[in-house]
Design a protein around this ligand. Structure first.
Ligand code: PGA
Ligand code: ZN
Length: 419
């Protein structure tokens, strides 16, 4: 048996950033190294995501994951024992086959993902290789641009904003640390502006502020004011990015924003996005339409691209089949990548490769329920993703990803100086 042979897989129920249980897997190799990974959890989940298994019992208000943990400790552990942790494709194929369902509902995608990522973590450690280099090889050369959510609404906050995420994107920064500093400067300036107006500076699930405002326009104008006050040029140094999460707005062929109750036909909603994009420096809109509105996504894309990126989150759910359809139908121009939407690392990498080959932008993303796990930071570098979405520079489960990227950047610079 080699060093990287899996000796044992065990799991533990731990907590995510909302105080809900989630799954941690430990993958112990014969060399004694232990790989670890924790599954994140969404709130505005897409209908076509892999299944997150919850107990539905009394404990933790039904949100316990002891069944998923038990599957890891028994069936999954037995299946993976003796396999080589470096053979990710074989491991993931074994997990998919063992589960036997289309959406990983029998064992739970939370259990499967934790095992899949935990094996990769263990294999990288055993080879004394940083995870981004283990996953990406010499091809991993750049850090992503943050798409940083600084104002929260929708399902992530109890305020009256229907758009779920108002993000800033420092595309004019010469490098990652500079872009990160700009974002933090804007975030703090926005806090001062909110305070000065007597508005709440309490934060939502992803660490962005969640004030009650009169409209989306007011939210956008506040952010633009914060950019300017922070000494940055809206549109030139920093742009806006929105995640509408509009699947939650759809009812019988129409879109109704649940909080303000404004109603749109699909055509009117496309016109609404066009108006916003013509007035403000918006560089990206995610889920501007719902996950099954294949008829209108290509129209939205034709209306706004290439000036604006149209990113599919619920639309694609990191699923290569849905993504291929989207590329073929020109339904969007980019994909949001969330490993837990599909459930294994191999399938995640396949979706990313398909996106890159199809000329799509890739945005590696956290979930609104997160942990201290920083796998997605390494993943974003491994695949040279254009962007990473990891929330506000507030709440350690968000900051952990940004810090990991600072650390990777420093290590990559050191590596370069050696040659
Ligand atoms: P979720 O939100 O993790 O609650 O799904 C993130 C997103 O929609 O991008
Ligand atoms: Zn989204």
């Amino acid at each position: 048996m080699g060093n990287t042979t899996i000796k044992e897989v065990r799991a533990l129920q731990v907590l995510d950033s909302r105080g809900n249980p989630t799954v941690m897997a430990e993958v112990e190799l014969c060399c004694g190294i232990v790989g670890r990974a924790m599954a994140p959890s969404g709130a505005s989940t897409g209908a076509f995501e892999a299944h997150e298994l919850r107990d539905k019992g009394k404990s933790y208000l039904g949100r316990g994951v002891t069944k998923a943990v038990s599957h890891l400790n028994t069936e999954i552990a037995a299946r993976l024992k003796g396999m080589d942790a470096r053979d990710q494709a074989a491991l993931d194929a074994a997990l998919i086959e063992l589960d036997g369902t289309e959406n990983k509902s029998r064992l739970g995608a939370n259990a499967i993902l934790a095992a899949s990522l935990g094996a990769a973590d263990g294999a990288a450690k055993a080879q004394k290789t940083p995870l981004y280099r283990y996953l990406g090889g010499n091809g991993a050369t750049r850090l992503p641009i943050p798409m940083m959510n600084i104002l929260n609404g929708g399902a992530h906050a109890d305020n009256n904003m229907d758009i779920q995420e108002f993000m800033i994107l420092p595309h004019g920064a010469e490098d990652y640390p500079t872009g990160l500093e700009w974002c933090c400067r804007i975030y703090h300036t926005l806090k001062d502006l909110l305070k000065a107006r007597g508005l709440s500076t309490a934060v939502g699930d992803e660490g962005g502020f969640a004030p009650q405002l009169s409209s989306h326009i007011e939210a956008i104008e506040l952010i633009l004011a914060a950019m300017e006050k922070a000494g940055l040029r809206p549109g030139e140094d920093v742009a806006l990015a929105l995640d509408a999460a509009a699947s939650g707005w759809y009812q019988n062929g129409r879109y109704r924003m649940p909080k303000c109750q404004e109603e749109f036909t699909p055509k009117e909603l496309i016109a609404y996005w066009q108006t916003l994009c013509s007035r403000y420096p918006i560089r990206s809109i995610e889920d501007g339409l719902m996950e099954e509105d294949w008829e209108h996504w290509p129209r939205l894309t034709a209306a706004l691209s290439p000036a604006v990126m149209l990113i599919g989150d619920d639309l694609f759910v990191t699923n290569e089949k849905r993504l291929s359809r989207g590329i073929h139908e020109r339904a969007a121009t980019g994909i949001l990548v969330k490993p837990n939407q599909i459930g294994t690392l191999t399938e995640t990498l396949t979706a990313i490769r398909t996106a890159q080959q199809g000329g799509f932008e890739t945005v590696i993303s956290h979930r609104s329920g997160e942990t201290e796990d920083t796998f997605i930071a390494d993943l974003s570098v491994a695949v040279n993703a254009g962007y990473i979405k990891a929330g506000a520079p507030c709440r350690t489960e968000r900051v952990a990803k940004y810090n990991r990227l600072l650390w990777i950047g420093r290590d990559m610079a050191k590596e370069k100086s050696r040659y």
